[in-house]
Design a protein around this ligand. Structure first.
Ligand code: PAF
Length: 509
């Protein structure tokens, strides 16, 4: 494996760890791993190792299906370049007793499978850390089906500072809803039929959760009852926050409803994400950090509506300038907001059009004159109130990414993901010069642009109403030296850590 690794050092390496008994769910992980990435065409390594450390004494280690030949063929068909199937002695040469163990935080193991499979996640974390150390991949791909495992391994990678990107991949299901799992192979025809009660009960709960006023405790009790009525033996039915994995007492934001049952010889797990509205992403940050460009592309990639609130403030600034009123006087600006008809729409080519009171101002709001005055206009309380109200109304159903200065703090404080996208003043001045040049405007000296940007930052962060600040729960992303594609990739990763494919699938290309 080390020799192979040396030979393939040039290409990015994507790694799919498995315990074998591969099925189409694993194959979708492998084909996702084989997809072109920002660093080029990756190599894909699949490992097959039935890890004794993660099985309890009463569990199915001895009878876990072992079918290396078939696995090799399935992995290759899905796009794997290599299969690594070490023996127990190769992976743990000094024996299990002498092995350094990884213990992920207990808070992440207290509920769900952690409570019912003592030591399981320590075993998973230990083997994955060992494999990562040997293989040194750029990406680690894991199924969202084992959501608790995914959350825990992300945490292990973060806490140990392991240089690998963790990518979660959507759960694959049979036509009748049963999630694919190697353990489905233990089921006979009757048990296989019985097993569908699991996804069915969870989906019913999902439908019930959409109805306003649904209480969580009776919902959990109903799931429990339906599973038992379906002939399944329930291990747990729990509702937790999908990130902290702490129990939820009420339906709030995105909730992970997970269950484990025994069906004949198999222990099956499944989950559903309950949500009252589609996800919202808030991207804030100072002027010129490249927010619009990356937000637009990110929105398109994830099928979210792009809400460019900066364009809305620009449109009002344009209106103020056209009307000839004093932009510094809130009292002069306020009457323009009464009956304001401000529309954002997406043209056929995906480009956003902006209109104000029936005028298409898409181009006009990008002029240096508007740029010079937008901070001043946006600082008036009346302007912020009017536009915040409109933005919140647009966000009621969710499914959008909004970009601005106060999205995560004032407009959508409940956003699932908040990012503070920023770059140094020098970097932003350089980008601004390039942009002005490309659009045929005169380009001031870099020092002058830097001074303008620093002044704009100062105005934005010291204004009284909704100043530019980083929300306490926002992730800071500094974009100096990063390509646009790399920033978008990071945003997608951050989104997927919080919003799984089940809750918000990616649009079909
Ligand atoms: O999900 C699995 O198959 C296993 O837990 C893993 C990640 C391969 C570790 O043994």
């Amino acid at each position: 494996m080390e020799a192979w690794r040396r030979e393939t050092r040039q290409a990015p390496l994507h790694f799919v760890p498995t315990m074998g008994a591969l099925h189409p769910g694993h194959q979708s992980l492998i084909s996702r791993a084989a997809r072109q990435c920002a660093g080029g065409q990756p190599r894909v390594l699949v490992s097959v190792f039935v890890n004794p450390l993660q099985f309890g004494p009463q569990e199915d280690f001895a009878r876990y299906p072992r079918q290396l030949e078939a696995d090799a063929a399935l992995a290759e068909a899905a796009g794997a370049d290599a299969l690594f199937a070490p023996s127990l002695e190769e992976l743990y040469p000094a024996g299990e007793q002498e092995l350094t163990r990884i213990q992920p935080p207990l808070s992440l193991q207290q509920g769900l499978c952690g409570r019912h499979r003592s030591g399981h996640f320590n075993g998973v974390a230990t083997v994955v850390a060992r494999l990562l150390g040997l293989i040194r991949p750029d990406q680690l791909l894991l199924g969202e089906k084992d959501w608790q495992q995914l959350v825990i391994l992300r945490r292990v990678v973060a806490d140990l500072g392991l240089p690998v990107e963790v990518v979660g991949v959507a759960t694959l299901r049979e036509g009748d809803g049963l999630a694919l799992s190697s353990r489905n192979s233990y089921l006979n025809a009757d048990q296989r039929l019985q097993a569908t009660a699991l996804p069915q009960a969870l989906e019913d709960a999902n439908a019930a959760a959409q109805r306003p006023g649904t209480a969580l405790a009776p919902l959990l009790a109903t799931v429990h009852e339906k599973l038992e009525q379906g002939g399944l033996v329930v291990d747990y039915v729990e509702a937790v926050c999908p990130i902290s994995l702490q129990p939820r007492s009420a339906l709030k934001g995105l909730t992970l409803l997970a269950a484990a049952v025994h069906c004949g010889p198999s222990r099956l797990i499944d989950h559903v994400f309950l949500m009252s509205r589609a996800p919202i992403v808030a991207i804030d940050g100072p002027a010129g950090a490249g927010k619009s460009t990356v937000t637009r592309a990110f929105a398109e990639q994830l099928g979210l509506i792009y809400l460019d609130t900066g364009a809305m403030y620009r449109a009002v600034t344009w209106l103020v300038q056209q009307s000839g009123v004093d932009a510094s006087e809130a009292a002069a600006v306020a009457p323009l907001l009464e009956g304001l008809d401000l529309q954002l729409s997406t043209a056929a080519a995906g480009q956003q059009r902006v209109s104000v009171n029936g005028h298409d101002v898409t181009e006009a709001i990008r002029s240096p004159e508007v740029t010079a005055q937008v901070s001043q206009v946006a600082a008036h309380g009346c302007v912020r109130e009017a536009l915040t109200r409109q933005q919140q109304a647009m966000g009621e159903r969710g499914g959008l990414v909004a970009e601005g200065r106060d999205i995560g703090t004032a407009v959508f404080p409940d956003a699932e993901l908040k990012v503070f996208l920023t770059a140094t003043v020098a970097e932003r001045a350089r980008r601004r010069a390039l942009d002005l040049e490309q659009r045929g405007f005169a380009v001031p000296a870099l020092a002058e642009l830097e001074a303008q940007i620093a002044e704009r930052d100062h105005l934005d962060s010291t204004r009284e109403v909704a100043p530019l600040t980083q929300a306490a729960d926002a992730v800071e992303l500094i974009t100096d030296g990063l390509s646009i594609d790399a920033v978008i990739e990071q945003l997608v990763q951050l989104f997927r850590q919080r919003v799984p494919h089940d809750a918000w699938p990616e649009p079909v290309a």
